[in-house]
Design a protein around this ligand. Structure first.
Ligand code: SAM
Ligand code: SF4
Length: 334
């Protein structure tokens, strides 16, 4: 079977799949309050999603991350997890995981563990009830905290993802770090990306550079850079005093593209070869033209991978947002 190798000799073994564009939250940096969601018929069915994921797995994808929108609000989503988990059993797939806002985890943590999920990324930007309601517009902190507890109780390893927002959670840096440490959870800080449709000035106002965040952290702790890379945009440091691992996702301040091993599939079957470029390939067409014809789909996938660009063009350096993307994170899944 032909593996997926892009023009820059990078092996593509990680697929992120957005299973819905819908969400029960409306985070300020991700969505507008009145989102127009896609008509249902545009969405891939769960069977089509399974077929696509399975084909990628047959072409060498070893890690599958399910995301959204909020993946756990898609109707019958557990049947999809159940079904793709067969690839864990036959060991073609090494990891099945998800990124979630945590709101539905109380309900689904146990089932996720049963199908073989072992780690989840949960997004959480503040530990303050009011601020949480403000940044998510529709979310309730207590519900997410219950979800996190449920996940840990069934044995899922939790990583918290926190978007660094100037003037919003700067004052919670140390609190969030120690809260995660007390609960044995890794923590990754994410620089806010120029996505969605907030205007540029507002977005730059929200930008809190992780270099700055790191310097503040270093005032209290001794930090050691870790060599660990995952082929993604995260870099890690260890806090010597606690042994805790902290990740930094800095798409603006570092170029992480050389080692990129991933592509993203949207819930309408568009394959984005790079998070920061508009270039995409339609995979829904081929699977609806010839349902269940893996050879036909494989040609479309290979052709898409042969167009994977070298890297992205985000750039904040001149206080103007270059390379700004018009699509929402909830569409590509972050
Ligand atoms: N709903 C799920 C969640 O919130 O975890 C999964 C989808 S969400 C789009 C995936 C990740 O993207 C979240 O961690 C979220 O904080 C992050 N995200 C959304 N918009 C962003 C932006 N403009 N810049 C940086 N991260 C963003
Ligand atoms: Fe929903 Fe996640 Fe976007 Fe927040 S970041 S609106 S939880 S998809």
């Amino acid at each position: 079977m032909q593996k997926l190798i892009d023009p820059f000799n990078r092996s593509i073994n990680y697929l992120r799949v957005s299973v819905t564009d819908r969400c029960d939250f409306r985070c300020l940096y991700c969505m507008t309050e009145n989102m127009n969601f896609l008509p249902k018929k545009e969405l891939l069915t769960l069977e089509e999603l399974d077929f696509l994921c399975s084909s990628f797995i047959n072409m060498g994808v070893e890690k599958l991350r399910i995301t959204g929108g909020e993946p756990l609000v898609r109707r019958n989503i557990m049947s999809f997890f159940q079904s793709v988990s067969r690839h864990l059993m036959d060991q073609k797939l090494k990891e099945l995981t998800l990124t979630t806002n945590g709101s539905q985890l109380k309900k689904y943590a146990d089932e996720l563990f049963q199908v073989g999920v072992r780690r989840v990324n949960i997004s959480l930007d503040t530990l303050d009830d009011e601020k949480f309601a403000k940044v998510t517009r529709w979310g309730r902190l207590s519900q997410v905290l219950e979800g996190i507890e449920a996940a840990q109780a069934v044995g899922l390893r939790v990583k918290i993802n926190t978007v660094a927002l100037k003037g919003f959670n700067e004052d919670e840096l140390f609190r969030i770090v120690s809260w995660c440490n007390e609960r044995g959870m890794d923590l990754t800080w994410i620089e806010v990306m120029p996505m969605g449709d907030l205007d540029s000035e507002q977005r730059i106002g929200q930008y809190w550079s992780l270099n700055e965040l790191r310097q503040t952290l270093a005032q209290e702790y001794t930090l050691t850079d870790m060599a660990e890379r995952t082929g993604g945009p995260a870099r890690y440091v260890k806090i010597n005093e606690t042994g805790q691992k902290i990740g930094f996702i800095t798409p603006m301040s570092h170029n992480f593209c050389e080692s990129c091993n991933r592509v993203r599939l949207t819930c309408t079957g568009e394959l984005y070869m790079c998070l920061g470029q508009e270039d995409k390939a339609d995979l829904r067409g081929p699977i609806r033209e010839k349902p269940n014809d893996e050879d036909h789909l494989r040609i479309a996938i290979q052709s898409a991978i042969s167009k994977k660009p070298r890297g992205h063009d985000f750039d904040y350096t001149r206080q103007k947002v270059h390379g700004q993307m018009t699509r929402h994170m909830s569409h590509t899944g972050g």
